[in-house]
Design a protein around this ligand. Structure first.
Ligand SMILES: [Zn+2]
Length: 423
């Protein structure tokens, strides 16, 4: 008999809530490479629903001792997944942060694979002597496969502390899944999809770092300026007002700010030797209708990579003031569009220390891309990035994952799980 329907839990595929007992329709455990191939075969591009791949993950994890919670968005086309194996130890009651245990975290979505340079089908994993090829092989279904198998291979009775797997949607388009999860958990005092959930404090986000422990990353702040003019025939310019001319002044103001920022430096720049500053980019400008019409509209889109330790609000104000000064009496609307916060973890945090110890890593690293960790740290979690593969091949045609790193990552995860969940 099925248990009563639980909020956020699909009765068809994961007929269990945290704590329920049920029979299981188990899929045989696949090898790490076979599981990676299955994950890559789902086209989980962020523009599409991730329900098919999430259903597969739920079915794969439907095993004794593993509780799976689905966290769907409002229209049910996107879902975060939380899988958990409880330890025998005394864990924090639902709704808090548990000092012990471990979270393995990854995203299920991938960037589009439309580039003509793909030599093989991006959604069919192929391999040669040294690498696996496919969209998401490196960013980051390789880590997700290893984390799923780590959940399956662990024996509940061996665990003294909980092991959790957190898989998010839409990381690639602004950390939407992680942000939704963090906001709901904080607003409800510790519940997800109506159920209390406690999270182990230590989190490994398996983004491709070539298996280095990374404890800092920059953020990504997006802003938009819309300049409005009055359209007119270009032969009678006095009847209109150009939107492009004030936009050009604004772009010049932003370019001056970019140069100033490169001189200024900022907090934690030592870990970003290639770009030891806040990087500003005017990424897109669209305006005008035709050469013989006075343009009535021009839109400028820009992004800023804030350094760890910086707050978004004062920086947004700084940009807003520059835009207002440059626009003068012209009509320019400034909008804050999106913020993926920077991540910053203390060097001595247990998850960083342990990974450095296991990897014989003596220094700290930072990276210039934003990740789910920026959103998750707002929940009071200690996040480190560490996963197989390099960001240099991510988001490109013929994305690949070195086989030896994949193997070493499997061993590393096994050892880290032992350290955090069995001792
Ligand atoms: Zn990623």
């Amino acid at each position: 008999m099925l248990p009563p329907a639980c909020p956020g839990v699909s009765a068809r595929l994961t007929p269990r809530c945290f704590g329920d007992t049920m029979t299981h329709s188990m899929i045989a455990t696949l090898s790490n490479a076979e599981l990676l191939a299955r994950l890559v075969s789902y086209d989980s591009t962020s523009t599409k629903s991730n329900v098919p791949i999430a259903d597969f993950v739920c079915e794969y994890l439907d095993r004794p001792g593993i509780d799976v919670l689905r966290h769907p968005d409002a229209d049910g086309t996107k879902v975060n997944l939380i899988a958990r194996i409880d330890g025998r130890g005394k864990d924090t009651k639902g709704g808090g942060v548990d000092p012990d245990g471990l979270v393995l975290c990854g995203h299920l979505d991938v960037v589009p694979a439309c580039e003509p340079e793909w030599r093989t089908d991006p959604f069919s994993l192929v391999d040669d002597a040294t690498h696996y090829f496919g969209r998401g092989s490196c960013d980051m279904k390789g880590f997700v496969a290893l984390a799923m198998n780590a959940m399956c291979l662990v024996c509940r009775d061996d665990l003294t502390h909980p092991l959790m797997l957190l898989l998010t949607h839409d990381e690639e388009v602004g950390l939407l899944g992680a942000k939704r999860l963090a906001a709901e958990w904080q607003q409800t005092g510790g519940s997800i999809a109506g159920l209390p959930v406690s999270f182990p404090r230590s989190v490994i986000v398996g983004e491709p770092t070539s298996l280095r422990a990374v404890r800092m990353h920059k953020g990504l702040l997006e802003m938009r300026v819309t300049v409005r003019g009055v359209p007119a025939h270009s032969g009678y310019p006095h009847l209109g007002r150009s939107a492009i001319e004030p936009a050009a002044r604004i772009v010049a103001g932003l370019a001056a700010l970019r140069s100033a920022l490169e001189e200024e430096g900022g907090p934690n720049v030592a870990l970003f030797p290639e770009t030891p500053f806040v990087a500003l980019n005017v990424g897109r400008i669209t305006g005008g209708t035709a050469v013989n019409i006075v343009p009535d509209r021009c839109v400028i889109e820009l992004s800023v990579r804030l350094l760890p330790g910086m707050e978004a609000a004062p920086f947004v104000e700084r940009v807003r003031n520059i835009v207002a000064d440059a626009a003068g009496s012209d009509d320019a609307d400034f909008e804050f569009v999106h913020d993926s916060p920077p991540m910053l973890l203390a060097e001595g945090a247990p998850v960083h220390r342990t990974l450095c110890d296991l990897l014989s890593q003596s220094r700290s690293y930072g990276v210039s891309y934003a990740t789910d960790a920026g959103a998750l740290q707002a929940m009071g979690l200690d996040c480190v990035l560490c996963g197989p593969g390099t960001i240099e091949v991510a988001h490109k045609p013929n994305e690949s994952l070195p086989k030896d790193e994949f193997r070493r990552a499997a061993e590393l995860i096994e050892t880290v799980v032992k350290r955090f969940c069995k001792e």
